[in-house]
Design a protein around this ligand. Structure first.
Ligand code: 3HC
Length: 674
């Protein structure tokens, strides 16, 4: 096995290099070797300074996540940092790629930090249900001030090298040869009359926040506003607050204790599960070792909300995209909506005006299919109707280049039947985006019976490139997500007929952790689509259909299961709907009773979980974790509960099975409202 850590000498500078592919995670073996290298450097009288850098694509991207949940093994990252701080000579971290989590914490323990211009630096522990566990919550505020530190630790997103430099996180940006620049930097530090002050010993950047706590507290409440149910954000705020209130040694000890408590908890376990599940969901034996095709240009057929959102995904990733709609009016409306979405981001301050212009310039409109002649991928996002889609695919087949990947964004329909409308079913698959496509991370990659491995690999690689979480699934009605979602809707209807009101169901599910209840979510999505689909299939959902028959299509008509004031989004319970539900129960002869939150949660989730198990049996999904990824990234299932299948495991599958009592079923309802 190659050495994980190597030391070479460049004059009087010891250069310690870590080589632990793929992301130089700080595994126990790396920590041990790194500590040995630091001890050796300390013992070397001729060594005036040390540089720590990494081989490969990145600086240390954090602790080795696969070690979490197991007993901690010495030496810890804290031990390594202590050795750096006690070395008696300047130690410089030279960073490139992503310096994250424990990797950034190690750099914070060094006497100075330099980075390549494209480096991203962050404390993403929050995304794993954690807070920094090796001093990040104390050293980072001392270098960059408490507000940026809080934003980085509670938000979890990295910052770029320029911002890191401007804020004092790094001391220099090195253009060109990073190692040579870092060695030079270290040598200059060694020659300076006084050594640099360690981060833990600095206090200057905390003075203002100590004198006036209000900005910190306001920022803390803003950053944690959407973290109901989560333990880590509040713990992170508390830890950063300790930097203002406690001696550094005590604050570091408390940070460690909190980290150890969180890492052993259910929430962190669930989020770790998702971290690995997300990466697994993009894998399949069918595409192992298959090289994806290059994608330089894309085309989207259909300029509706979905088509426009998909086009934004491409433009956001710097890919040229044509949006094609046969109706000039629809095209203009669609492109206007895209521009309005970008303008809203600029107004919110999340997008620079220049970036908006750049992205808009990548999106081209057209009203005829010859516009796809140069596309490497064509995604159809037209009306959800098999004949419409088959017609479009036959046309696409005539105009798209031979190598192009042809994808349908259908939410339910048979991808194989769509593929058969072309002469090249091997190039056809589903890429099912979720609304709003430019925001939601999930893309179900639907593998048809004839889809070629190369086409599948291309779709997966492309989805990752545009920042999505792809999950490979097989063909069935509604694929994985919507097939399970239907069960949720069926059960919600039953609950309403048996005694629960929309607001009871939504309250129980938001208390469980969903940001929005299922009933309010269907009002937002619009009730009419499901109504039309049911009518076409001769199915009925009693309450939802009655609402649609009364012209109540959800938020867009100001009325659905709830009532909405003009232009407002908050759902107000509506006595008319309550009457309608109670009358429906009476008409169907269902005795109403009080239904508690626990029963609501079980009845909404357990049939879905059961369907998930069927989906696995049928091999429509490859792994339970794939289903979890789909529900977390496509339907806002609370990440800290790990997704429906992980949640079932935490309860015990036997428990779920026992609670799926057959006598609770009201079969005559047929189907749900979506
Ligand atoms: N530990 C273990 N494995 C890791 C890892 C980590 N920290 N980070 C990435 N990996 C693995 C992935 O599972 C994946 O494995 P696979 O190829 O077998 O599927 C492989 O490395 C490559 O990862 P990605 O596919 O994610 O590669 P990308 O290039 O897309 O992204 C990255 C690279 C930005 C570094 C991304 O992997 C990432 O964000 N990693 C996690 C970073 C993180 O959360 N660090 C903090 C850890 S907690 C911590 O440090 C605690 C400390 O405070 C004590």
């Amino acid at each position: 096995m190659a050495d994980l850590v190597q030391t070479r000498r460049d004059g009087n500078v010891a250069v310690i290099s870590i080589d632990n592919p793929p992301v130089n995670a700080l595994s126990q073996a790396v920590r041990a070797d790194l500590l040995d290298a630091l001890v050796a450097a300390k013992a070397d009288a001729a060594c005036a300074a040390v540089v720590i850098l990494c081989a490969g694509r990145t600086f240390i991207a954090g602790a080795d996540i696969s070690e979490f949940g197991k007993p901690p093994r010495s030496p810890t990252t804290i031990d390594v940092i202590a050795a750096i701080e006690a070395l008696g000579r300047p130690v410089v971290a030279a960073m490139h790629g992503t310096a994250l989590g424990g990797g950034l914490e190690l750099a914070l323990g060094c006497h100075a930090r330099v980075a390549a211009p494209t480096t991203r630096l962050g404390q993403p522990e929050i995304k794993l249900g954690l807070i920094p566990g090796a001093g990040g919550s104390q050293r980072l505020p001392r270098l960059v001030g408490v507000e940026l530190a809080l934003t980085m630790i509670v938000g979890g997103d990295p910052i770029g090298a320029e911002e890191a430099h401007a804020s004092g996180l790094i001391d220099a940006i090195i253009d060109g040869d990073l190692a040579a620049g870092a060695i030079d930097f270290a040598r200059r530090l060694a020659a300076a009359p006084a050594p640099p002050v360690l981060a833990r010993e600095r206090d200057d950047k905390l003075a203002a926040a100590r004198a006036d706590r209000a900005p910190f507290e306001e920022l803390a409440s803003r950053l944690t506003r959407r973290s109901r149910g989560l333990e880590a954000p509040a713990a992170a705020v508390e830890a950063v607050r300790w930097s203002l209130d406690l001696p550094v040694a005590e604050a570091l000890a408390r940070e460690r204790a909190t980290f150890l408590r969180l890492v052993a908890g259910e929430q962190a376990r669930a989020q770790r599960h998702l971290f690995f599940a997300e990466r697994e969901a993009a894998k399949s034996p069918a595409i192992a070792g298959v090289t994806p095709r290059a994608v330089r240009q894309a085309a989207v057929i259909g300029a509706g909300t979905m088509g426009g959102g998909i086009a934004m995904c491409f433009a956001n990733a710097g890919i040229v995209v044509s949006v094609i709609d046969v109706s000039l009016d629809a095209l203009t409306r669609g492109l206007d909506l895209v521009a309005a979405n970008y303008r809203a981001s600029v107004a919110r301050g999340t997008l620079a005006p220049a970036d908006m212009e750049q992205r808009l310039a990548l999106i081209r409109g057209a009203t005829a299919l010859p516009a796809i002649a140069d596309a490497d991928i064509v995604i159809e996002a037209a009306f959800e109707d098999m004949e419409v889609k088959r017609g479009i695919f036959a046309d696409i087949d005539r105009h798209a280049p031979a190598h192009a990947l042809l994808a349908t964004n259908t939410s339910y329909l048979d991808v194989d039947a769509i593929a058969r409308a072309t002469q090249r079913p091997k190039s056809v698959l589903g890429m099912h985006f979720f609304s709003p496509a430019q925001v939601m991370r999930l893309v179900e990659i639907v593998r048809g019976a004839q889809t070629a491995p190369e086409a599948l690999a291309t779709a997966v690689a492309l989805a990752r490139r545009i920042g999505k979480a792809p999950a490979i699934v097989g063909v069935c009605h509604g694929f994985v997500g919507n097939r399970m979602h239907r069960l949720r809707s069926v059960e919600a209807e039953r609950l309403m007929l048996e005694g629960a009101l929309p607001q009871d169901i939504d309250a129980a599910m938001t208390e469980f952790g969903f940001p929005m209840g299922p009933i309010a979510a269907s009002d937002l999505a619009g009730l009419d689509i499901g109504w039309r689909m049911r009518k076409a299939q001769g199915l009925r959902a009693e309450i939802a259909d009655l609402l649609c028959e009364a012209g109540r299509f959800g938020q867009k008509t100001g009325m659905g299961f709830y009532r909405y004031a003009a232009g407002a989004r908050d759902a107000k319970p509506d006595p008319q709907v309550e009457r309608l539900i109670i009358d429906a129960s009476a008409r169907l002869g269902v005795a109403r009773r009080a239904i508690g939150a626990e029963e609501i949660v079980e009845r909404v989730l357990f049939p879905m979980i059961n369907e998930g198990a069927r989906i696995l049996e049928e091999k429509i999904a490859q792994r339970p974790g794939d289903i979890d990824v789909i529900w977390v990234h496509g339907y806002a299932f609370p990440a800290w509960r790990g997704g429906p299948m992980h949640y079932a495991d935490t309860l015990g599958r036997g428990h779920v099975r026992a609670r799926l009592a057959p006598d609770r079923t009201i079969h005559r309802l047929g189907t749900g409202f979506c």
